[in-house]
Design a binder for this molecule. Structure first.
Ligand code: HSE
Length: 436
């Protein structure tokens, strides 16, 4: 049996997971790939505290030495972060190695340049582990859904924020308290603000949007909101209306462009995705042939992420003898035709239903003023409820659900609502997704 030599950059949780999966499933992997996969060199910044004498590979500290090693056929980049991961992958491609990465930030922000280099060199650059770890969603969009025009991708793609929202919803716990626990569980990013403020989910939805629509990667055009402004009152009010609040990454195809956005979202409690709790991830994809389909699984963790990396490895090995032009393109779109030029729409052009929460003076005519402003902006109301239990100093919270509206109209209406003398403080708004 032929052997392929592999170099791994990064020997943290996922790197160790990859080594473990390759050893544990060696026979099955050989049967599937037809090759023996041998981890030859692994780079880690420092090996202090690790007994390297027991490890069956060379332990390096210089990732570039592996990226340049003529004996290595495939490099797995698990260092994370943008730099020097970009330079390491570039060096590996320049030295004719196929590359597998789990690095979502790098792919979302610099992927197009690296894919161009890989194409030019006739090499593979694969990234299944970059989105939703254990759910093979890259493969689903690139291959399984390729007979569809994809209409919408909606995903719970950050386990940490889903864990926090689930705990707040199910146990009425405090945001800060749950965040600490999520960090201890080891799911949070090196910088946990990326989980909370939506950056991590935005990296992932950038990648999913390119796979869904065949558009270039456009992280800078993603509209991003985190979960930090949500309160237990929002969660309770949503529940009373039959909704759960989930942090979703959405990529939606419209006639005039695509919406790519990340934000807290009210989803109907009876939608399957509403029952995805804890650190689990789920991605719902709507295609014009399949209709709706939902994929569920662990979004991170040692072995689920390693499972995705090893699946990429087997794919690359199976195609070792193909020429560059015979390989499946990174997003599954042939390079023969021009790329899709559908623009990413600015937020003013988004179309969404809304949950609005206002604190208003409890007196005659206030509701009439509010509904007049909404009507003047062409916004249709779905329901109104007054939360008398929270009456304070003659003011009460008013919660409204609207029908779908263009965001520019909603912006105008909210500015006018906030200016009403009867309205105190800011108007809270959260988008609603009914998955019609
Ligand atoms: N911080 C990420 C999460 C890890 O919480 O989902 C996986 O990308």
């Amino acid at each position: 049996m032929k052997t392929v030599a592999i170099g791994i950059i990064g020997y943290g949780t996922v790197g160790q997971g990859v080594v473990e999966v390759l050893a544990r499933n060696a026979r099955e992997i050989e049967r599937r790939s037809g090759y023996q996969l041998q981890v030859k060199r692994v780079a880690k910044r420092s090996w202090q505290g690790i007994d390297t004498s027991t490890l069956p590979f060379a332990c390096d500290t210089d990732p570039f030495a592996i990226a340049r090693d003529p004996d290595i056929g495939i490099v797995i980049e698990l260092a994370g972060g943008e730099h020097p991961a970009f330079e390491i992958i570039k060096t590996a491609l320049e030295h004719d190695k196929h590359v597998i990465t789990a690095n979502k930030a790098l792919i979302a922000r610099h992927g197009d340049a690296l894919f161009a280099l890989a194409r030019e060199k006739g090499l593979e650059l694969t990234f299944e582990a970059a989105v939703a770890g254990g759910i093979p969603v890259i493969k689903i969009l690139r291959e399984g859904m390729s007979g569809n025009e994809v209409k919408r991708v909606a995903g719970i793609i950050n386990g940490t924020s889903n864990y926090i929202l689930s705990e707040m919803t199910q146990k009425g716990r405090d945001f800060a308290d749950v965040l600490k626990e999520a960090q201890a569980l080891g799911y949070a990013e090196a910088d946990p603000s990326f989980d909370i403020n939506g950056t991590d989910a935005a990296h992932k939805i950038t990648i999913l949007a390119s796979l869904a629509f065949g558009i270039p990667l456009q992280f800078d055009s993603v509209h991003i909101e985190g979960i930090d402004a949500l309160t237990p009152d929002d969660i309770q009010d949503a529940a009373e209306l039959g909704y759960s609040i989930k942090h979703l990454g959405l990529a939606v195809r419209r006639d005039n462009g695509v919406e790519i956005r990340v934000h807290p979202t009210l989803v109907p409690q009876d939608a399957l995705i509403a029952s995805v709790n804890g650190v689990m991830n789920a991605v719902q994809i709507q295609g014009n042939a399949i209709g709706n389909s939902l994929y569920y699984g662990p979004g991170a963790g040692k072995l689920p992420t390693a499972s995705a990396v090893v699946a990429d490895l087997i794919d690359v090995v199976r195609e070792l003898n193909l020429k560059g032009e015979d390989r499946l393109a990174e997003f599954g779109y042939s390079q023969v035709l021009d790329r899709n030029t559908l623009p990413v729409l600015p937020p003013e052009d988004f179309n969404s239903a809304y949950y609005l929460r206002l604190t208003v003076a409890d007196r005659a005519g206030v509701l009439a003023d509010i509904t007049r402003i909404l009507a003047d902006n062409g916004i249709s109301i779905n329901s109104v409820s007054q939360k008398n239990r929270h009456k304070h100093n003659g003011h009460i919270p008013l919660v409204l659900l609207t029908e779908k509206v263009r965001e520019a109209e909603m912006n105008a209406a909210c500015a006018q609502l906030a200016a009403l003398p009867a309205v105190s403080g800011a108007v809270k708004r959260i988008r609603v997704e009914n998955f019609e």
